[in-house]
Design a protein around this ligand. Sequence first.
Ligand SMILES: Nc1nc2c(c(=O)[nH]1)N[C@H]1C(S)=C(S)[C@@H](COP(=O)(O)O)O[C@H]1N2
Ligand SMILES: [Mo]
Length: 397
Amino acid sequence: MDRFAPSRRHFMGLLGITAAAAVSGLRAADVQLPFDNGKRQLVEGFEGKGRMILQRTRAPLLETPFEVYDNGLLTPVDRFYVRWHTASAPRQIDTAAFRLNVHGHVERELSLALADLRSLPAREVTAVSQCAGNSRGFSDPRVPGAQWGNGAMGNAVWRGVNLRQVLDRAGVKAGSMAIRFRGLDAAPPHFGKSLGVDIARNDDVLLATHMNGQPLPWDHGFPLRLVVPGWFATYWVKAVSDIEVLTTEDDNYWMAKAYRIPATPDGSTTPGAPAGATTPISTMPPRSFVTNVRDGDRLRAHSQHAIRGIAFSGKAAIRRVEWSGDGNTWHRCQIDGEGGVYGFRRWHTQIPVGAPGGQQLLVRATDAAGNVQPLHAGWNPGGFMRNAVESLNLVIA
Ligand SMILES: Nc1nc2c(c(=O)[nH]1)N[C@H]1C(S)=C(S)[C@@H](COP(=O)(O)O)O[C@H]1N2
Ligand SMILES: [Mo]
């Protein structure tokens, strides 16, 4: 596949017209996501990105091709999915003039330069970032929104300062209710999300400057982004420049109207049912995927086949991964050692392959809090939080 000459890419980066220009000059290949109207282009040439599935050019929505998850536990920065609501975040900032402002219900307002943040102790957390709408394209009946396959997720090592250090410098006053984070996005409704004070003060919540050892690229929130391990990525505000401590619930669009799920135990409802109470989406239920075998693959009859994949949960550590040929009898897979609580965990096993014909393969994950993937997918009007057991139909020959 052709790449742009570096000079051209540099030029586009400077002018901030990466996306639209990039695609028109690209040689692209077709890919098919496994649902109706799932035809997409595989493109290369977005600034800093390798081959990605193009969902939208501007504001960019780029999906990670699924084979990337089989290559290693960490998702490389150049293959990490990209999601912006508007194309209004700057692609050029004066890093010397940049300030992170902390204000609202605090003892002392802060205006921190990047150098101030660099002087604070940094820490690293390995965590999965997953869009709340990951896998929305599988919703049945279909729902509006980005028609993602399963590639709006990625696992990275995030480095930055613990948010609590910054909050403690400002002194969050008693009676505070929520902490709102806003990005540099200029278009209304200005992107912002908020977290309860206790969540925001968690050890693992970071104002990150690096992912996988590299400074954050523009698309992932340079110069600072919020990292909220376990929580859906909508809370991981990119290019965050403003932190406001609130004494009431946040009533801004992104909390009060968007990214809400039915207030039912599993966040789902019946298609067509009257709208009931909703609640902001929060932590990620467990998911698991086979990464080395795809739906429709051919396996050799009467053999043993090694399968492997990934599992993660935002609610507790992954405790168990199982496979099944029928959805009734489940067999334990081996979970590999590394990965951490919030990251992808690798698992593997051998499955017996039967006589020629068809064979099903299902995998499900359970976390330490007892959350288990349901056999059948729930449904909600936003297409959020899909987490059903994945099922592959294999061809045995
Ligand atoms: N400033 C800003 N931050 C943002 C968003 C945005 O539109 N603007 N989108 C959020 C959503 S919905 C997702 S899924 C993640 C995507 O992060 P990524 O592009 O680094 O993968 O960023 C979050 N942070
Ligand atoms: Mo998202």
